[in-house]
Write a protein that binds this ligand. Structure first.
Ligand code: APR
Length: 309
């Protein structure tokens, strides 16, 4: 039986690190694709040359040609531009939409049965572009943001309480931006909600640090943005799908009435397995949480409206 095949588009920081995780876990053969000549080939060869030391037999190589990606089970989209000085949010939105549209069209053309995992920001809007460009059903177009935001929340919870990250659980829903909704009531340490373990002001401080998580890393790095945790998030989704694990993970999916939202990609808990999004995992929200979730969905709607203009 052939090994699974995963294409990672964008051989930058997030893409190369995602490729490394997948290959080194021996999970699938990996094709790294970029528009820059030599970049994916160089990183692919470098990753392949680590294999005898790390010990795995996954095939990994880079290419500028989508023909090499044909028959992929999963395509992870990380290609895009970072926001440059003087570039508005809307400029970035339009530029990355063009990149995502072009790469998804080419990849979907040769891998019509693939599952797309979108990582490029602004995430929720890029999911819309990917869905349109591929023509894939919603089960097979999934955005990686909630896993990252929840991982950040879990990190801060573990630090605050001096416990293992393994015993933390967190749900961060909504759009991947300032309006994201960390659900503290559903965020636990060994099953106990953090709202019962910490005073309200500490819970609020952790929520705020989570919502600001990407910016905190950017401010420290000065150039570039986070990539280890985003790559770990993408890897977790790839693994859940290839191993048909039925993991319950927060992901951006096209909602069709669930959580009171219709026709928008927003982060919600889903069951991830071999078919992609196998189910939206609906949970009860309080009136206050529902308001925050709607507000977050409205922010996504505005970005999608800019793209439609
Ligand atoms: N086709 C293929 N690759 C492209 C294209 C294109 N049309 N346009 C740009 N790229 C490539 C770039 O050449 C670069 O190698 O995408 C890569 C992006 O890599 P980085 O600049 O290192 O960005 P990275 O930190 O990996 O982030 C990628 O993920 O988390 C998000 O916000 C982040 O949107 C960003 C994306």
């Amino acid at each position: 039986m052939a090994r699974n095949k995963v294409t990672v588009i964008g051989a930058g920081n997030v893409g190369a690190t995602t490729a490394q995780r997948i290959a080194e876990a021996g999970l699938a053969d990996v094709v790294l694709v970029d528009i820059v000549e030599g970049l994916p080939q160089g990183k692919g060869l470098d990753l392949a040359e680590a294999a005898p030391v790390v010990v795995h037999d996954a095939r990994v190589f880079g290419s500028n040609d989508y023909a090499d990606t044909a028959g992929s089970d999963i395509v992870v989209v990380t290609s895009g531009l970072a926001r440059q000085p003087g570039m508005s949010r809307d400029d970035l939105l339009t530029k990355n939409a063009g990149i995502v549209r072009s790469v998804v069209e080419q990849a979907a053309n040769v891998s019509p049965d693939a599952i797309l995992i979108v990582v490029t920001n602004p995430l929720d809007a890029m999911c819309h572009v990917a869905m349109e460009a591929s023509g894939f059903p919603r089960e097979r177009v999934i955005g990686m943001a909630g896993v990252l935001d929840s991982a950040r929340f879990r990190t801060f919870i573990a630090m605050e309480l001096g416990v293992s990250v393994e015993d933390t659980h967190a749900f961060v829903l909504g759009g991947h931006g300032d309006t994201m909704v960390p659900l503290s009531r559903y965020s636990t340490v060994a099953g106990v909600p953090i709202t019962e373990l910490l005073p309200a002001e500490r819970v609020k401080a952790l929520e705020e640090r989570t919502a600001n998580g990407g910016a905190e890393v950017v401010a420290l790095l000065k150039t570039g943005s986070a990539f280890y945790a985003p790559a770990a998030g993408a890897f977790e989704m790839v693994e859940a799908i290839l191993l048909d694990r039925k993991r319950v993970l927060p992901c951006a999916v096209m909602l069709r009435g669930e959580f009171g939202v219709d026709g928008l990609f927003v982060g919600v808990p889903v069951v991830l397995g071999a078919a992609g999004v196998e189910r939206v995992f609906e949970i009860e929200l309080t009136a206050e949480e529902q308001t925050a979730f709607r507000k977050s969905a409205d922010a996504v709607r505005e970005l999608v409206a800019v793209l439609a203009r």
